[in-house]
Ligand binder design. Structure first.
Ligand SMILES: C[S@@+](CC[C@H](N)C(=O)[O-])C[C@H]1O[C@@H](n2cnc3c(N)ncnc32)[C@H](O)[C@@H]1O
Length: 220
């Protein structure tokens, strides 16, 4: 690992906002921290945490947890949270594929996926963060009626996600694929533009949004 990356990783490890899945003590502390809040919202693949932080600033009565595997990006997020003195966000370094091992069943209000890698090749489809295998894990941690939000610049990923939602009989689409700019200005999908959103917009990309709700009774 390059020295600057190592330093940022060390900064992440020291931050009071940071929790690492490889550290048993931190895992225990994270569980305790989450249990104190009635409402917990998770951003999966949060990168530098722009969305998690914007959500935390807007909604003071919930806890916002950004999850990513890259410690140096999370170190950046922790520094911003620290500078803003936020009390209601945390950052968790963990592989999303194992998220159901770390978070309690039925404990999460909603999940945000902001600009996940689209993995356009068919043979990589299982790695997409909205593949059926992962939706099943999100189902385990979501409360009944919990919501999954996706923002992406990839129409193919949005379309794939819609197909996966249709296959998952425990999910019901709320918002069909739409251009995020067509949503009301106060919609949370328009709260902030992350680095990736800005990058895609600067190249003229359309930003898509869709959402689905967890349902207990598939007949609903
Ligand atoms: C394209 S970036 C988007 C970052 C951020 N959401 C944004 O919009 O700026 C995708 C992020 O997802 C993270 N990621 C991808 N797959 C992951 C996985 N399986 N577990 C944890 N993080 C993952 C990457 O490390 C990266 O930071």
């Amino acid at each position: 690992m390059a020295r600057s990356k190592q330093k940022k990783f060390a900064d992440f490890d020291k931050s009071k906002y940071a929790f690492d899945y490889k550290n048993e003590t931190q895992l225990k502390l994270l569980k305790e921290a989450l249990a104190k809040w009635d409402s917990v919202v998770v951003e999966l693949g949060c990168g530098k945490g722009a969305y998690t932080i914007a959500l935390a600033e807007k909604n003071q009565d919930g806890l916002f947890l950004g999850v990513d595997i890259q410690g140096e990006r999370l170190a950046f997020a922790c520094k911003v949270a620290e500078d803003k003195k936020l009390s209601n966000c945390r950052f968790f370094r963990a592989p999303i594929q194992r998220i159901d091992e770390f978070l309690e069943p039925s404990s999460i209000d909603s999940i945000w996926l902001t600009f996940p890698d689209p993995f356009p090749r068919l043979r990589q489809a299982k790695r997409r963060l909205t593949s059926l295998g992962l939706l099943q894990k999100y189902k385990e941690i979501l409360e009944n009626e919990g919501i999954i939000h996706l923002k992406t610049d990839s129409f193919e990923l949005a379309n794939f996600t819609k197909e996966q939602i249709d296959k998952a009989n425990y999910l019901k689409a709320i918002t069909d694929i739409c251009n995020v700019d067509s949503l009301p200005p106060d919609h949370e999908a328009r709260l902030v533009q992350t680095d990736f959103e800005k990058k895609h917009r600067s190249k003229g990309a359309t930003i898509y949004y869709l959402s689905a709700r967890l349902i207990e009774d598939p007949a609903q």
